[in-house]
Design a protein around this ligand. Structure first.
Ligand SMILES: [Ca+2]
Length: 273
């Protein structure tokens, strides 16, 4: 092999210089993300673990994309979804390259949540303050199968004047990447209910459901929920951000219904996707 020309040597030097520059930039970006993560309380171990998870997720997303491509005969809805996944895989891959863990976290949507309220009491629990009387019953409704019925016979204010009747999904749900929440509801006597997503000192509150005598579907973007943080003097509305996880709570107490109201609220088919 002949000796490289000065032009070839220059080209090689430039190529190496560009590569080093790229490596420096990637390292710099990774350090910046790590610093940002530390500022929001993510430890180095958590950061490294999340980065590893992001690499694995990107590999899984690419594998899923390959399978998707082999199923080109799918319907148009499935094709649209495959495109979406393809985009996510590409972004996840580039995100891993720069070590942008924060972005990678948002690239891993949780499994959709679908609750049809069958076998109600194994997953849902009614929670009230001590002064209030209410009950939870599984009822069979035409066309809906089992549904949850909340009956309030007495709202009793606690010392702070508040009263609550909450139907809680007892396990914490992964909510990352989920953007829509819908459920069916109706009411008799009680006119309003809301859905809350609760996570420690943070919660997300849905707009009100104004309940009618007939089943109606309520559907919101999670973006329409009010993000609140608990401070020393109660809950405060803060800038919106999406929840990563939380407990789903359907509430009919104070703030929703007057203290002298009594009646029933039925809910069914809750979906978060
Ligand atoms: Ca049902």
């Amino acid at each position: 092999m002949s000796r490289p020309t000065p032009e070839q040597q220059l080209e090689e030097a430039l190529r190496r210089q560009a590569e080093k520059q790229r490596e420096r930039e990637e390292e710099e970006r990774r350090r910046a993300v790590k610093e940002a993560a530390r500022e929001i309380g993510v430890s180095e171990e958590e950061f490294d673990a999340a980065e590893q998870a992001a690499i694995q997720r990107a590999a899984a997303a690419e594998a899923a994309e390959r399978v998707k491509k082999q199923e080109e005969a799918a319907k148009s809805a499935q094709r649209a979804r495959a495109l979406k996944l393809g985009g996510a895989a590409a972004i996840a891959a580039s995100v891993v390259l720069v070590g942008a863990v924060g972005l990678a976290w948002s690239m891993s949507p949780s499994a959709p949540i679908q609750e049809d309220f069958s076998g109600l009491t194994s997953r849902w629990a009614l929670e009230t303050n001590a002064e209030t009387q209410a009950s939870l019953t599984s009822v069979t409704e035409t066309g809906r199968g089992e549904a949850a019925q909340i009956e309030v016979t007495h709202f009793g204010p606690a010392a702070d004047g508040k009263y609550h009747v909450n139907l809680d999904l007892t396990s914490v749900q992964a909510l990352e990447g989920l953007g829509q929440l819908s459920l069916f509801a109706k009411g008799d006597g009680l006119q309003t209910a809301r859905v809350y997503l609760e996570s420690g000192g943070e919660r997300w509150r849905s707009p009100p459901m104004t309940l009618g005598a007939d089943w109606q579907q309520y559907q919101w973007s999670i973006r329409d929920f009010e993000h609140q943080v608990r401070g020393s003097d109660g809950w405060k509305v803060v800038d919106f951000r999406y929840p990563e996880s939380g407990r789903i709570s359907i509430k009919v107490g104070h703030f929703m219904n007057p203290v002298d109201a009594t009646g029933r609220v039925w809910v069914d088919d809750l979906v978060v996707e």
